[in-house]
Ligand binder design. Structure first.
Ligand SMILES: C[C@@](CO)(OP(=O)(O)O)[C@H](O)COP(=O)(O)OP(=O)(O)OC[C@H]1O[C@@H](n2ccc(N)nc2=O)[C@H](O)[C@@H]1O
Length: 170
């Protein structure tokens, strides 16, 4: 079966950002106060980047670095919700709609539980999804590795896409 006719496509994305100067982090489109910022060309939103990479991966369209090079001045300080929204249009152009998203933030700090609901809503709003289609979780790495040493934050995301011509409608 040609890949373009697959009724479902899954994708997986990963992103990492190193802590640097600053007093907040952008995570899932939400401003989270912290003792550091991210070192990044854009706003460094590692959650939205991992989700964007998962959506691009599901469509075999490469990765965010290919679509939004960190050498392109257009993305300097960019709100990563713009990047995610653009990726969503690429998914739509491929004939797919987003089924659901599950992102896991790997961070020793800051405590993200208070911000999860806002992240889910921000992602759902950006992608015109119901919040029930968007999951965001957080976990520590038990103080192991670069995340455990609070050198940065990683995020992994999984998505499933449904072919629009086969998606079950209400
Ligand atoms: C979002 C943006 C916006 O400019 O920058 P940041 O705000 O994160 O800095 C970029 O899209 C962030 O792209 P991202 O993909 O995370 O950056 P990197 O990890 O540095 O990879 C940049 C490019 O190099 C390629 N790459 C990466 C690692 C590797 N061993 N070989 C490669 O060829 C990747 O395919 C990617 O297209």
């Amino acid at each position: 079966m040609p890949a373009s006719l697959l009724p479902f496509r899954i994708g997986h994305g990963v992103d990492v950002h190193r802590f640097g100067e600053g007093d907040h982090l952008m995570l899932g489109g939400v401003r989270v106060p912290h003792t550091s910022g991210f070192i990044a060309h854009s706003d460094g939103d590692v959650v939205l980047h991992a989700i964007s990479d998962a959506l691009l991966g599901a469509c075999a369209l490469g990765d965010i670095g290919h679509h939004f090079p960190d050498t392109d001045v257009r993305w300097k300080g960019a709100d990563s919700r713009q990047l995610l929204a653009h990726v969503a249009t690429l998914v739509d152009q491929q004939g797919y709609m987003i089924g659901n998203i599950d992102a896991t933030v790997i961070a020793q700090a800051p405590k993200l539980a208070p911000h999860i609901a806002a992240m889910r809503q921000s992602i759902a709003d950006t992608l015109a999804l119901d919040i029930a289609q968007v999951s965001v979780k957080a976990t520590t790495s038990e103080r192991l590795g670069f995340t455990g040493r609070e050198e940065g934050i990683a995020t992994e995301a999984a998505v499933i896409l449904l072919a629009k011509d086969t998606a079950v409608r209400d």
